[in-house]
Ligand binder design. Structure first.
Ligand SMILES: Cc1cc2nc3c(=O)[nH]c(=O)nc-3n(C[C@H](O)[C@H](O)[C@H](O)COP(=O)(O)O)c2cc1C
Length: 177
């Protein structure tokens, strides 16, 4: 019993120190990723930063049935980098969680802007997404290609907006060990 309590205490301390310098940077238009990001920040005791576009996306912008919508145009042009409204200082963080929706099987172009503008050198980076079904792999590949080459990418994952804190905790214990 005593042993169990001591190991739980040590485990708790280790987790706190491992996760102490983490930040969750998220982009979300319809709230799913926001819910996931908020829960993740809580589980990791991490700071939270919302990636807000300089020009907000309207529902017409988000219409993937319209080949002329803003998101369709962004998906078809790899040179587009939507501007981000505010800056974040990542220098004090060891671990950066990137959370975003999947758009057209990859990360929204604003996430490309984010990884190009922010120095992720030497940091542990975890990509999380919500989606209608597509996985994280396309997004991870694209973001890795545009981020600092010395960022240390941990295995990212797709989650539901209503994923439980217990499930997230289990995932991060494995991924960030
Ligand atoms: C323009 C656009 C493209 C999308 N493309 C995909 C896709 O390729 N695969 C998929 O599973 N879901 C796709 N989705 C669904 C979103 O990934 C999903 O609704 C996500 O949870 C939205 O996150 P948010 O509420 O944080 O904005 C797309 C949504 C939009 C608006």
């Amino acid at each position: 019993m005593k042993k169990t309590i001591i190991s739980l205490l040590i485990g708790g301390l280790l987790m706190t120190s491992t996760y102490a310098k983490s930040i969750v940077c998220y982009f979300s238009c319809t709230g799913n990723t926001k819910a996931l990001a908020e829960k993740t920040a809580k589980v990791l005791n991490a700071d939270l930063f919302e990636i807000v576009p300089e020009v907000q996306y309207t529902s017409a912008d988000l219409d993937w049935h319209d080949s002329k919508s803003r998101t369709s145009k962004e998906a078809n042009d790899n040179s587009i980098r939507p501007a981000i409204k505010s800056k974040v200082d990542l220098s004090k963080y060891d671990t950066v969680i990137l959370a975003f929706p999947i758009w057209w099987y990859t990360a929204p172009k604003i996430m490309w802007t984010f990884v190009e503008q922010n120095d992720l050198s030497g940091k542990s980076v975890v990509a999380l997404c919500t989606s209608g079904g597509s996985g994280i792999s396309g997004a991870e590949k694209d973001l890795k290609a545009h981020a600092s080459k010395t960022a240390v990418w941990k295995t990212g994952s797709r989650f539901y907006a209503n994923t439980s804190e217990t499930e997230l905790k289990k995932y991060f214990e494995k991924v960030l060990k």
